[in-house]
Design a protein around this ligand. Structure first.
Ligand code: GLU
Length: 272
């Protein structure tokens, strides 16, 4: 099987060296087997977009020699490679999940959700899961805004295997009925990554270990859609001496911080 990996940064600022480290592994896993390295821009969180960030991504990867085979500027068979241009696909699959009763429309207002949290709920209380089909049709006809939530069983557990961390299992009752499509039709990251990794035929998903706890949600989505899961590779974070986190304040978080201090791209890549 031909290996396809992707680096999927969000254009929210400069590239963090932790992200760059993920990109290096993603690139090497593909190239070691003559595979394909895809660049996908994840811009569905429109409030966090930063002007010039896409160019910073191109520039950083380019200067580090991490040349992508498919991407927004290169094209390829699985485009478009910018999530905001793939909105139809997210909506289509979200509605398919509603149809299959694996997801549901939720009309809860911000006020209701806030008061739920204040009363101590750690996750959504499934209020709208219990609406009848007639009630849902009526609310939609009234023009009430809604989101689409993934329906997660309260029973059993969900497991997946990561090539680095091994088998990980989580009780389903810990998993929230997360929002997959927002009321403005934009998908959440947690939904879009699954749809795109499948549609782009990604074989190995390589990313930071902060995504380990969300992965069971993805496993459930793949299952609900009847799709095979990719191989997961979660990477530990790069830290400094004493296990301390790299930080913006200390000027050691971004690739550009090191370049500004005079480090050569080759040295940074070598270190990472
Ligand atoms: N857009 C996510 C980020 O920038 C990508 C995570 C992933 O690789 O799935 O953190």
């Amino acid at each position: 099987m031909a290996i396809r990996t992707r680096f999927a940064p969000s254009p929210t600022g400069f590239i963090h060296v932790g992200n760059l480290r993920s990109a290096i592994f993603t690139y090497l896993i593909a190239k070691k087997e003559n595979g394909t390295f895809v660049l996908r821009i994840e811009d569905t969180d429109q409030g966090r977009l930063v002007e010039g960030a896409v160019n910073a991504i191109y520039y950083t990867l380019d200067s580090c020699g991490l040349l992508w085979d498919e991407g927004p500027d290169k094209g390829g068979e699985y485009g478009p490679y910018i999530q905001s241009q793939r909105m139809d696909a997210y909506k289509k699959y979200a509605l398919e999940l509603v149809e299959k009763k694996e997801a549901y429309k939720c009309f809860c207002t911000e006020e209701r959700l806030a008061s739920m949290r204040e009363s101590g709920y750690a996750k959504y209380d499934k209020h709208c899961l219990h609406l009848s089909d007639e009630e849902v049709t009526k609310k939609v006809a009234e023009g009430l805004p809604f989101v689409i939530r993934q329906k997660v069983s309260e029973e059993g557990s969900t497991s997946f295997t990561c090539q680095v961390y091994g088998e990980i299992s989580i009780d389903n009752k810990e998993i929230e009925d997360q929002i997959i499509l927002k009321s403005d039709n934009f998908p959440t990251y947690n939904f879009a990554n699954v749809i795109d990794d499948h549609l782009m035929n990604i074989t190995h998903v390589v990313r930071g270990n902060e995504y380990l706890t969300s992965t069971p949600k993805y496993t459930l989505l793949y299952k609900a859609l009847g799709w095979d899961e990719p191989t997961y590779v979660h990477l530990p974070h790069v830290v400094k001496e004493g296990g301390k986190k790299l930080s913006k304040r200390d000027g050691d978080a971004y690739y550009s911080d090191f370049i500004n201090k005079g480090y050569l791209p080759e040295a940074i890549v070598n270190f990472l």
